[in-house]
Write a protein of this length. Sequence first.
Length: 206
Amino acid sequence: MIERPTKLNAIELNKSIHVETAKDGAVAEIATIALEVKIDPKNIDPEKAKGGFLIYNLDENDYKKRLNLFFLTFSEENKVRGFIMSYDKTFLEQLIKNGEIAHEDGIMQYLQTEINPADNFIFGDQIAISKDNRNREAGTKLMKATLSRMQSMGINNMYVAILHQPIRNEASINFVGRFGFNHTKEVTNSDGLVWGIYHLNIEPKK
């Protein structure tokens, strides 16, 4: 006899899931997940790339420097299973000033020169989900939490950069497309990788 899930099972499961601001103690797990989904664009494993991937992973110290209100984790049973790392304009400018984000020079140039200087915005730098949680809507929950936080703070625009060449990150393109992001431009970083810039404008919270 097959035991079917009960309403209580679902309630208990939801109690064990948390989306929250990333904490110091989560940095080691964050770095591990990032390494798990990182690929080398010059030596591509197509199977590994199917579920979405990162190109630039960071060490624990680098992730710690990026802790801010828009760096969120998805946890289940007190274990981090995924994260979304974003920055508001002020935090991003500080990272650039400190030389912490020089590897994304083409992307940063776009954000600094082709957006109205008066506009505040969020830059979504990384999202990564551990392989065993990709069917749990962890990415969706993280993005929804980010957009909700943006609305509560009166920030209406979000930009993300997704790799286009030498391999096109179709999983990530499809993911942001579900939220209404539109492709605005392609840029090239100094390492020769070509990135698509995607933009979303959301309605302010009433």
